[in-house]
Every structure is written in C-alpha cells, then in structure tokens.
Design a protein around this ligand. Structure first.
Ligand SMILES: C[C@@](CO)(OP(=O)(O)O)[C@H](O)COP(=O)(O)OP(=O)(O)OC[C@H]1O[C@@H](n2ccc(N)nc2=O)[C@H](O)[C@@H]1O
Ligand SMILES: Nc1ncnc2c1ncn2[C@@H]1O[C@H](COP(=O)(O)OP(=O)(O)O)[C@@H](O)[C@H]1O
Length: 312
C-alpha cells in the first residue's frame, strides 16, 4: 500500500566515502559461501556524490553516472544505488519517482567499495527525500541486504567489521593518516578473488580477533609508523595470483619509503601509507615514473560516512 508522503523534497545530495581495509583477516568459507572476516575499515577522502531528484509521478527510477571510470558502472536496476532506492521506497510504501545522479570519485572495481558507498548514499538520500525518519539500525539492516561493505559506507570513520564484514564496532583513532592509491583500469572481481583465496591460501576455521590488537593500539596512539608496519591483507596473495603486476606496484611504494603498502580489499588498487601529504605525492610520483599504475590519487582518512550535503 502506498504511503502518503506530504510533499517529497525536490532534491537531496549525499556524500559517501570509499574505504581501505587496514587489516583483512579471512576465514574458511561458511555454508552460505561467505567468508567470516575480522577487518578494520577506514573511510578515506576519495568520495562519491549522489543526488536524488524528484521526477513527475509515474516516471519511475532513472540513473546517470559521471566522474572516475563512469563508463564501467551499470545504469540500470543492477546498480546498487538503484536497488537501495527501491528498498527504501518499499520500506516506506512510496512510489520511487526519482532521478539518481552519481559523480564517482572512487575507482570502480578497485577494492575500495565505491559501489557500496553509492548504496549507502542512496539509502540516506531516499530516507531524507521522503522524510522517512528511518532509525539508524534499520538503515544498517537495509545496507547489509545490499552488500557486506554497505553498512560501513553508512558509518564511515574507522571501524572493526566482523561477520561477513557487516557487523561494525567503531574504533578509536588519533590524527589523520595520509594515503597514496595506485589504481588499475581493469578491476578485479571480488568473488573471483575470494575463490582464488580458497584455492591458493585457505583461511582458518576460527579467526583470532586478537590478531588486530597491535593495529588497534597503533591507531589509538596515532602512531602511523606502527600502523604501517601492522597493515595486513589475507586476500593479497589471491589478488597477486590474478594480477601479478601488483607486486611491482607494492615494491615501488616500499622503495619510495612508504610506511606500509598493501592491496586494498580484493584489489587491484594498491594503498600505501605515507608520512605526510607531501610524502603521499612523492609515492604517487614514483608510481607514475615507474609506469606501475594507470592512475594515482592521494587521500586522507578517516572521514565521515554517508551524510546529507544539501537538501532543498
Ligand atoms: C573484499 C571486501 C573487503 O572489505 O571488499 P572489496 O574489496 O570488494 O571492496 C568485502 O568483503 C566485499 O564486500 P562486498 O563487495 O560488499 O561483497 P558482497 O556484495 O556482500 O559479496 C560479493 C561476493 O563476495 C564474496 N564475499 C563477500 C564478503 C565476504 N565476507 N565473503 C565473501 O565470500 C562472495 O562471493 C559474495 O558473493
Ligand atoms: N553504483 C555502483 N558503482 C560502481 N559499481 C557498481 C555500482 N553498482 C553496481 N556496481 C558493480 O559492482 C562492481 C564492483 O563495485 P565497486 O564497489 O566499484 O568495487 P569493489 O567491490 O571492488 O570495491 C562494478 O564492477 C559494477 O559492475
């Protein structure tokens, strides 16, 4: 049954961040095929901007994408932002007559959860557009239906993820971390990387959450050197098996004095922790000079999760 929405707002713009996994500990697959994780997410300042605009009654949903690698993103009902709008509309009982405009700043298929950021942004935007007032935990439930990484797109900052990555506990941190990111035009498929992990590496039946304790302590102290030394990604060997060229990208970052360099999530983006923004720029310059990245970016973390930027 359709709910009477007083008057939908004309438009809402929401910003949501990409992420890097500072630690990604992966267990053996569960019966449902998902892998149990203990991960530390950090939201970074490569962001997605999403605008929802009310369109005439009966027009349904439409979607357009611009920005970084826009051509690689679906513009139909398979787009995670489209699905997020449908979920909120169904939950509130409204007809979704909206245009979705996404400006991408997070590399597509890069292991930085740009699609999940769009989904998180769309959940917040749709709730705001239709004055839904959905409680935060309900938005988190909808987010977890859309994907394991989507709840973190809502929460942002730095958080520990357990379960399939969707159960979140905020983590204490001090200060900013400076990042350099080396991206590749050809993305890696997340399921393919998890499959390669099962084939070549294999995770334990029980994960030990204490494994990330040194990293958590380093984050609390704001000790970037110790954070860099404790970076960990169990999926890295699998990503390198599928994209061996990433090994050189990591080596070049290490040669440029990075505090730590790892594959971001399932890859193929390589994340290098730097001492400062200047140092992050120097790492990017080293990557470009060595020809081991298709594009390079600097960013800082942590930053906020999905939040309304403007609403009219
Ligand atoms: C690997 C990670 C690390 O943060 O990020 P990305 O590199 O994709 O950004 C995530 O676990 C990705 O989360 P997300 O991309 O939301 O995954 P989902 O849509 O839930 O699942 C896509 C597929 O990934 C695999 N998958 C995902 C999460 C998980 N804990 N175990 C899995 O095995 C499953 O094959 C699943 O069908
Ligand atoms: N809004 C979206 N933005 C980007 N990709 C999306 C979106 N919705 C669905 N996808 C699909 O999800 C895939 C991976 O999404 P993305 O979040 O960019 O990478 P990753 O899962 O590696 O972090 C894309 O290749 C694309 O086919």
């Amino acid at each position: 049954m359709s709910r009477l929405v007083p008057v939908p707002r004309p438009s809402v713009r929401v910003r949501a961040p990409g992420k890097v996994n500072l630690a990604l500990c992966v267990g053996a697959p569960r019966e449902d095929g998902y892998h149990p994780l203990v991960t530390i997410f950090q939201a970074v300042s490569l962001v997605e901007d999403l605008e929802l605009t009310t369109t005439p009654e009966g027009s349904g949903i439409s979607l357009a994408v611009s920005g970084l690698h826009a051509e690689a993103v679906p513009t139909d009902a398979t787009n995670l932002a489209w699905r997020a709008v449908e979920l909120v509309a169904a939950r509130l009982g409204v007809e979704p007559d909206v245009r979705i405009d996404i400006v991408k700043g997070v590399p597509v298929g890069g292991g930085m959860a740009g699609g999940s950021a769009d989904a998180a942004a769309a959940l917040v935007a749709a709730d705001h557009l239709w004055d839904g007032g959905l409680p935060r935990d309900e938005l988190h439930g909808l987010a977890a239906e859309l994907g394991s990484d989507v709840p973190f797109g809502l929460l942002g900052h730095t958080a520990v993820g357990t379960g399939r990555g969707h159960l979140l506990t905020p983590a204490m941190t001090r200060g900013d971390l400076h990042w350099a990111f080396a991206t590749r035009t050809r993305g890696l498929s997340t399921p393919a990387v998890f499959r390669a992990f099962d084939e070549h590496v294999g995770g334990p039946d029980e994960l030990a959450p204490d494994d990330v304790a040194p990293l958590m302590a380093a984050l609390r102290r704001g000790d970037a050197v110790a954070v860099g030394a404790a970076l960990r990604n169990d999926l890295q060997a699998a990503s390198l098996a599928l994209a061996p060229e990433l090994a050189e990208t990591i080596e070049v970052a290490e040669g440029a004095g990075s505090l730590g360099a790892i594959v971001s999530g399932s890859g193929p983006t390589v994340a290098a922790l730097a001492r400062s923004r200047q140092h992050a720029l120097a790492i990017c310059a080293a990557w470009t000079a060595a020809g081991v990245a298709d594009d390079v970016h600097t960013a800082t973390g942590p930053v906020a999760g999905a939040r309304v930027v403007t609403a009219v």
